[in-house]
Every structure is written in structure tokens, then in C-alpha cells.
Design a protein around this ligand. Structure first.
Ligand code: PMP
Ligand code: GLN
Length: 384
């Protein structure tokens, strides 16, 4: 069996969700909202399932969805994408990532990654034969810096994989960091695979700037998005890939033999949803920001050190000094003894992890957040 997968543990998200079920805990671990998602988008999917065409859609995605994706990114991010040659629909961002890494990496190529890193990245890079060169970012800012990039990039660098906004950092990379990274990509002739699934889940009037929009990056960036995050429907697994036609031709070959297509009813509904007016996106952000503040202020009131959250469904707390061996010990105690599931941030590192950060998902209704806070009060007392 292939050792990359044979030696892997089960994903921390699955493990924590299982523990949450076993202990009847409130699940603030795995990132999914507990709301049902927008009714009109779901209705559209139901109609298409009932009355629509349910056979294989075109491999690259329904033309209506590819057109909607191009129009969406023109409107929200100023990108000019050709829906026929530069847009592809995948079964989630996860497939898009797997396909991009399989298509772009040749065995022995070096791939620059940033820790904390989303747990799918490293096994996919390794399975493609890539040699990871990991740059560790320091919390709470998680910024890029020139010396660290200079140490990671080299003549064998083929791909750099960036997650912006950053899960679990809950940060966005500022323009100057993106410009710095773009400079390295140009200098070393590397392709940037940019996982931007959290691009709409940003707060406090932040603006998301796609790496693809920076000078010299249009022809060397693979941009990845996910309808699951845009519409709070994480189980749908409708992803998108945007890249210049020369790259896209190769990415399409990977997609053709991974899933080939994505359920057509969901594609129709996502095409409809992407055209929603700005108010939808603003309301969504406002709602999540409210929940972020409810949980964040509540935790701070209990005595926890809460790191700022500017994006994603998550906030982090710093548990140093609370009397636990590390973040894993804290999360074990939290789920088993206090009935709240969270994610130890050390799971997002390959080595030398931060062991004092714990990620909590705030995309929940008020009653759930309040109940979690009540259960966590015991831990804060323990710290006092
Ligand atoms: N990348 C990141 C950074 C994520 O946080 C997630 C899921 N939360 C994904 C990719 C996977 O997206 P999808 O569910 O569309 O496969
Ligand atoms: N991306 C989600 C998170 O960060 C989980 C996705 C998964 O369960 N693989 O919580």
C-alpha cells in the first residue's frame, strides 16, 4: 500500500466530530454552520433534481455555472476570466486541490507551503511526488517574510500553495505579503495554487485580493473557490478552478480522471446563487461577524485569551498558562469533561507546531454558542 496514505491518521475534523457525537458535545470543531443555508438556493437545487437533467453534465461544468463564476469574479474581484477556457467546476475545493497538485507536480519538484496548513495539503503534495518546503508562520499575525521565503524557494521550486484567507489563522494576508510572494513566484518561475475558499467570509470591511490579480501572476496562478463556503452549504462539494487556458488544459486532464463531473442540480443552484446581489454577501458576513463577537467576547469574559479573527468561521484561543500539557490535552478535556469539541491547531503543522492554540467554530446559532460558553466557564475557573 502506498505509505503516504497508509501511514496517515484519520483527519482531525473527523476525529473531533466523532468524539463530539460520542460525548454528546457541542461541536465547535469541524467548520460547518448549523443553519440550513439559503432557502432559494436549496429550492433551486431541489427543482433541478426533480425536473432537470440528471445525467452527466459537461466535464468542465455546466456552461451556465461557468458563465456565472466568470461574472461573479468580475463583479467581486475585478478578474476577467474566459468562461470557456479558464473556468472549471470540480467536486469541492478538495478535488480542485488534488487535481492541481497531481497535474502540476513532477516527482522531485519542490513545493512551498505555509504552516499552519490545511490538513489535505501535505499528503496530496507527497502523493504527487513533491518535496514539501514548509515556511512556518508565527501567530497571531501569520505574516510572510522575505527571509523565510528566500530560504524556501530555490531552482527546483515548481509550485507554491497559499491559503488566503488562512484557515486556521483566521487572517488575510495583506497586499504587501501577496506582492512579496508574487515576486518570488516570478523570480523562480513557480505556479501559485491559491486556495481562496474563504474569500467571502471576511469581516470588518476587509477586502479580499486574489493573488491572481497581482502583476505577472495571471498566467501563473491557479485560483480555487468553493460554493460550500460561499453559501454555507459545506456538504455540497461544488468547487471551482480558475486558471489561464494553458494551465487549465492540464488541470482538466486531472479532473477528467478524478471525478469527471459534479452533480448537475447542485451546479444549477450554485449558478443561480453566485448572481445574488451584494446584500446577500453583506448579510452573510454581518451574521458571521455577530457570531464571532458573541463567542469571542464571551470567551474573553471567561478569562480566555482570544486571538483576532478577521476571516473564516473560526477564532483561536491561546491556552498557554491554563495548566494543560498542550492543545491536544486541552481539546481532549474539553470534549470529554466539558462537552465542547474544538480543534487543536497543532494538527495543522508538519513539525514544530504551535501547541498553545485551539480553534473554535463560531458559525452557530446564539443558543449553541451560549451553551458552549456556559460549559467552558469551568475551564476558565480552573485557570484563575
Ligand atoms: N481548503 C480550505 C482551507 C478549507 O478550509 C476547506 C474546507 N473548510 C477546503 C479547502 C475544502 O473545501 P470543499 O469542502 O469545497 O472541498
Ligand atoms: N474545512 C473544514 C474545517 O476546517 C473541515 C473540512 C473537513 O472536515 N475535511 O473545519
Amino acid at each position: 500500500m502506498n505509505p503516504v496514505f497508509a501511514d496517515l491518521p484519520t483527519s482531525v475534523f473527523e476525529v473531533m466530530s466523532r468524539l463530539a457525537r460520542e460525548h454528546g458535545a457541542i461541536n465547535l470543531g469541524q467548520g460547518f454552520p448549523d443553519g440550513p443555508g439559503p432557502a432559494d438556493v436549496r429550492e433551486r437545487a431541489a427543482e433541478a433534481l426533480r425536473d432537470g437533467f440528471n445525467q452527466y453534465p459537461p466535464m468542465m461544468g455546466l456552461p451556465a455555472l461557468r458563465g456565472a463564476i466568470a461574472a461573479h469574479y468580475a463583479r467581486h474581484q475585478g478578474l476577467a476570466l474566459d468562461p470557456d477556457t479558464e473556468v472549471m467546476v470540480t467536486s469541492g475545493a478538495t478535488e480542485a486541490l488534488a487535481g492541481a497538485l497531481l497535474a502540476l507536480i513532477e516527482p522531485g519538484d519542490e513545493v512551498v507551503l505555509f504552516a499552519p496548513l490545511y490538513d489535505a495539503y501535505l499528503p496530496l503534495v507527497r502523493r504527487a511526488g513533491g518535496i514539501p518546503r514548509i515556511v512556518t508562520l508565527s501567530h497571531p499575525e501569520f505574516r510572510l517574510d522575505a527571509d523565510a521565503l528566500a530560504a524556501a524557494f530555490g531552482p527546483r521550486t515548481r509550485v507554491v500553495l497559499l491559503n488566503n484567507p488562512l484557515n486556521p489563522g483566521a487572517t488575510l494576508f495583506p497586499d504587501e505579503d501577496l506582492a512579496l510572494l508574487a515576486g518570488f513566484c516570478r523570480r523562480f518561475d513557480a505556479v501559485a495554487v491559491c486556495d481562496e475558499v474563504w474569500e467571502h467570509v471576511i469581516f470588518d470591511h476587509a477586502r479580499h485580493r486574489p493573488l491572481m490579480a497581482l502583476p505577472g501572476m495571471r498566467e501563473r496562478t491557479v485560483k480555487i473557490g468553493s460554493a460550500g463556503k460561499i453559501f454555507s452549504l459545506t456538504g455540497w462539494k461544488v468547487g471551482f478552478v480558475m486558471a489561464e487556458a494553458r494551465l487549465m488544459r492540464v488541470l482538466a486532464k486531472a479532473h477528467q480522471y478524478i471525478t469527471f463531473t459534479t452533480p448537475p442540480n447542485l451546479q444549477e443552484a450554485v449558478a443561480y446563487g453566485l448572481a445574488k446581489d451584494d446584500a446577500y454577501f453583506e448579510d452573510m458576513r454581518r451574521g458571521f461577524a455577530r457570531s464571532r463577537d458573541r463567542l469571542g467576547l464571551g470567551l474573553a469574559g471567561l478569562g480566555f485569551r482570544v486571538l483576532p479573527s478577521r476571516a473564516t468561521y473560526f477564532l483561536n484561543i491561546d491556552i498557554a498558562g491554563l495548566g494543560f500539557a498542550d492543545d491536544v490535552a486541552f481539546c481532549e478535556a474539553l470534549v470529554r469533561c466539558h462537552g465542547v469539541a474544538a480543534i487543536p491547531v497543532s494538527a495543522f503543522y508538519a513539525d514544530s507546531p504551535a501547541r498553545n492554540l485551539v480553534r473554535l467554530c463560531f458559525a452557530k446559532d446564539d443558543a449553541t454558542l451560549d451553551a458552549a460558553l456556559e460549559r467552558m466557564a469551568g475551564l476558565a475557573r480552573r485557570a484563575a
